[in-house]
Design a protein around this ligand. Structure first.
Ligand code: GCU
Length: 415
């Protein structure tokens, strides 16, 4: 158990020299080997990786995020609004409705896009939002979402958004910064794709695929959100104003879980950003620190497929851990970020996972995460895999965005 002992010592060491975090249990764990094929052979050459990658995709599809349908054949995109004078004249705003089955009364999502006027053919940051496009920006031309919505934020009445919800959640969205740095921002309300409550099934896109329900590897909510991100990518590929080859998919918390799964399943996403995606996202289960698997499957039964529940209280028996998920993004650039007070996500688990997926980046000729131990607060480490931990709570801050934009500049400009 030489490896396990080294891991234990490493964890204790990083505890002492890092910063004031609640001590994680000094659990001895051995991570499953991401390069070990199901038949016991070790992947040693890049040419063998695709086969292993398919096995890992198979684990996640069967056991955790569930199946996803293919791109719908009858899908229709409709640009319903456009203005070149958005955000005080510095951006062009487009609002695009995606009719998933081509029917205007069927499931649909609205993509809000701001394109910087000073850049032709800009790169894009794409991310889902929690409460409706109109909440992320103070812009009276943004269409007010009509889908079911959580009533916690201001301006939501009877599970529907009103005009009073405009701009109530601008904090996590550094819209000006993103545009000023020359990126387009595209966002979609997650509830357009699949409303985030157990009974939300009939109101979202999953209802179009009844054959993918009632099975162990059912189409799940996280699966649907990731699938919706891919449908936005389908649209970008048709829009000549957008650089669809350089789209970064971003997500915070549960939407970070979805961004990772989208990046894992759809290699058209050129860069992936996980902001405090926590358990079920970037963070390792094996450490058994932070949110328990049982809490995920019990508190949010729609997020994952039914098969995932068999691992309640049995984290150690998972045939994979979340560094497998991150490895599916290799060799594309990946940023994993934590916040020190976000104990639920287990920042150490996010860091160790980013570190552990690095063997796949190395196999594919890229530098993984260039850090042996968790860096001090606000000291980002950037290889092809990047990581930072900042002070504060579970949130998306301007500091986070600055690091993501620097990271994206580095990789996109290098092309
Ligand atoms: C809950 C949940 C987390 C999730 C978070 C969020 O806290 O336990 O897994 O990431 O919600 O999405 O805000």
């Amino acid at each position: 158990m030489k490896r396990a002992t080294t891991l234990l010592l490493f964890m204790l060491f990083s505890r002492f020299f890092a910063f004031s975090q609640q001590p994680a249990p000094a659990l001895v764990y051995t991570l499953p080997d991401v390069l070990l094929m199901n038949n016991g052979t070790k992947v040693t050459a890049p040419a063998q990786w695709d086969k292993r990658r398919q096995e890992i995709l198979g684990f996640y599809t069967k056991q955790m995020y569930g199946q996803m349908p293919p791109k719908p054949q009858n899908m229709v995109f409709k640009v319903v609004e456009q203005s070149k004078t958005a955000l005080n004249g510095k951006a062009t705003r487009k609002q695009v409705i995606v009719y998933f089955n081509g029917k205007t009364n069927g499931p649909q999502m609205t993509i809000l896009i701001y394109l910087p006027n000073k850049v032709k053919h800009p790169r894009v940051i794409l991310g889902l939002n929690f409460y409706g496009n109109q909440t992320i920006v103070a812009d009276s031309a943004v269409l007010i979402d009509t889908a079911w919505v959580d009533t916690r934020p201001k301006g939501m009445v009877n599970y529907h958004a009103t005009a009073a919800s405009r701009g109530v959640n601008t904090g996590p969205w550094a819209v000006d910064k993103i545009i000023d740095r020359g990126y387009a921002l595209a966002t979609i309300y997650d509830g357009d794709i699949d409303p985030d409550f157990k009974g939300g099934f009939s109101r979202g896109v999953r209802a179009l695929y009844p054959e993918l329900q009632g099975i162990g590897d059912n189409f799940s909510t996280v699966g649907a959100w990731a699938w919706g991100l891919s449908r936005a990518m389908d649209y970008f590929e048709t829009d000549k104003d957008i650089n669809a080859k350089q789209v970064a998919v971003f997500g915070h918390s549960r939407l970070g879980k979805a961004a990772l799964w989208a990046g894992a399943t759809d290699t058209r996403f050129a860069l992936v950003i996980s902001n405090e995606s926590g358990k079920g996202g970037a963070s390792l289960f094996a450490r058994q620190s932070g949110e328990a698997l049982r809490h995920l499957t019990g508190g949010f039964p729609n997020w994952f497929c039914a098969n995932f529940r068999q691992y309640n209280d049995k984290e150690a028996s998972l045939p994979f851990d979340q560094h497998f998920l991150l490895s599916l993004i290799a060799p594309r650039p990946l940023y994993v970020a934590s916040a020190v007070e976000d104990k639920n996500s287990d920042p150490d688990g996010e860091f160790q996972s980013a570190k552990a997926c690095s063997v796949v980046y190395q196999l594919l000729g890229k530098k993984g995460l260039p850090a042996d131990s968790i860096p001090p607060l606000s000291h980002p480490v950037m290889g092809q895999v990047a990581y930072h931990i900042r002070p504060g709570k579970h949130d998306v801050t301007d500091y986070d965005w600055e690091q993501y934009l620097d990271f994206a500049d580095h990789f996109f400009k290098a092309k």
